[in-house]
Design a protein around this ligand. Structure first.
Ligand code: GMT
Length: 383
């Protein structure tokens, strides 16, 4: 198949998932065309002859206070479909990708080159941004016009059904992890650098937005560290980073045990030395970072919000607490990190659980969906 993938090319979970999906599809022999405003981060160093990258550029003009990205994106989709005869467009994150795809589809139908498009919902496109009245009518319409809508968890499906007037069924296709990449490797030298006295290593990865509650990460760590010698690695960057750094400074001597590493590409290297992953978010449609950590045998202490209970099993692969309950999350962390036998059992459980979300289990579901919508679209086309 010839598949066009539209996504945000940055470190965000939706872009990561879309890129990993494209790579996996290319490895199965499909031609994959990424249509984005810059090369997706996970595509760097992943050259394959059947992966194409088409950059969407938005010309600047003094009249434009707000450069019309959506128009440029729709036009680029039209050119790519025309030049490469794509069979299907798959857009990740509804805004503004679904409406741009709809627009491209209508233009292409004029010259009998129309094709179906699939919208995959990832979370904030529905739970935060999409619900906003400024966007809701366009988001609702362009979702309903999609040949298929998918959501990355049952929770996100329910959220979408309850917040929008959706006229078709939503397919739930879980996110997946590349277990060849996300596996524990021997990084003893790295572990010694971070934790020279055998301290436990705790990690958090996110885009440091409000929804991630990074201040809770620091508060949980502060409590754990009082009981268990440990180090905290904070990976990623975003608007809440400075406040989290200030909070670290406020706690006495905490700064010696916390490192803010910024955005990192080779997170699996860090996961190779990590004992516990923290994700206390106010909402997570899925929590891809937690799944990648689990694939490296790391138990997760998370909130019980959104789709997290669909991935992290309480008392088995980690623990789940109510949003903001830092005391309970810290108590779970102390219990786990101070009991070696329990910790290694949880590590094994996390590893096994992550292996139910692998490429070979999930990617065929997308392929089946592509085949279905291509056939349905062909049958529905006016002759
Ligand atoms: O908030 C993020 O982590 C970024 C955001 C995105 O769209 O890039 O992530 C969302 O999609 C990920 C991939 O499906 C999910 O794993 C995240 O849980 C989801 N984030 C939220 O729902 C807050």
């Amino acid at each position: 198949m010839k598949i066009g993938i539209v996504c945000y090319p940055t470190f965000g979970g939706s872009g990561v998932l879309a890129t990993e999906l494209g790579i996996a599809l290319a490895d199965k022999g499909h031609d994959v065309h990424f249509i984005t405003y810059q090369q997706p981060v996970r595509l760097i160093n992943s050259f394959r002859p059947n992966i194409y990258f088409h950059e969407v550029s938005v010309p600047v003009y003094p009249l434009f206070d707000f450069p019309p990205y959506e128009t440029a994106l729709a036009s680029t989709m039209v050119s790519v479909v025309n030049n490469y005869d794509l069979d299907v467009l798959h857009v990740h994150y509804a805004i503004p990708h679904a409406s741009a795809a709809y627009f491209a589809q209508k233009i292409l139908e004029k010259s009998h080159k129309g094709l179906p498009y699939i919208t995959t919902l990832h979370g904030t496109d529905i739970t935060l941004v999409g619900k906003d009245k400024t966007y809701a009518p366009v988001v609702t319409f362009s979702m309903n016009q999609s040949s298929a809508i998918t959501a990355v968890s049952h929770n996100l499906k329910e959220e979408t059904m309850s917040s929008f007037d959706i006229e078709k069924d939503i397919d739930v296709i879980y996110n997946f992890v590349d277990v060849d990449r996300f596996q524990r490797k021997d990084k003893t030298h790295f572990k010694k650098m971070i934790a020279p006295n055998g301290e436990k290593i705790i990690a958090h990865i996110s885009n440091f937005r409000k929804v991630k509650r990074v201040d809770d990460v620091v508060k949980i760590f502060e409590k754990i560290r009082k009981e268990v010698p440990s180090k905290l690695l904070m990976i990623g960057d975003g608007p809440e980073r400075i406040e989290a750094e200030e909070l670290v400074k406020k706690f006495c001597n905490l700064h010696t045990d916390v490192r803010f590493l910024g955005k990192q590409e080779q997170v699996e290297e860090i996961f190779s030395v990590t004992d516990l992953f923290l994700l206390p978010s106010a909402y997570e449609s899925f929590g891809l970072a937690a799944l990648e950590a689990m694939a490296c045998g790391i138990p997760v202490i998370s909130s019980n919000a959104g789709g997290l209970p669909e991935i992290n099993t309480h008392g088995e692969t980690g623990f789940l607490s109510n949003v903001g309950d830092v005391d309970e999350m810290a108590a779970f962390g102390i219990d786990l990190l101070s009991n070696e036998e329990k910790l290694s059992q949880f590590k094994e459980n996390a590893y096994n659980r992550a292996h139910s979300f692998t490429i070979d289990k999930v990617v065929p579901q997308y392929e089946a969906l592509y085949n279905r919508v291509i056939a349905e679209y062909k049958n529905s086309k006016p002759s």
